[in-house]
Design a protein around this ligand. Structure first.
Ligand code: FES
Length: 81
């Protein structure tokens, strides 16, 4: 879906940019040109930014939990470590 009609930027393009590290409105404006002309898209861009950052944070937490579980030492002798 087009979020910024003036620049022809879709929600998918915004999410990709955010996943690649654009985590501020300024970054999205610089790399995709959103909000540069009429500015009507600003509130929708911000909504997608916040939502995607929250998803990215949750994914990172889940990844860290899995890595913490995998890296824990395992004792196979049956005695308490
Ligand atoms: S719709 Fe994004 S600048 Fe106009």
């Amino acid at each position: 879906m087009y979020v910024c009609v003036c620049k022809g930027v879709t929600d998918k393009a915004l999410r990709e940019a955010i996943h690649q590290g654009a985590d501020r409105m300024r970054d999205l404006k610089t790399c995709l040109g959103v909000t540069e002309q009429c500015g009507i898209c600003a509130c929708h861009v911000k909504e997608i930014l916040d939502q995607t950052l929250q998803e990215r944070s949750q994914t990172l937490q889940q990844t860290n939990q899995v890595q913490g579980f995998i890296s824990r030492p395992v004792c196979l002798c049956g005695e308490a470590a």
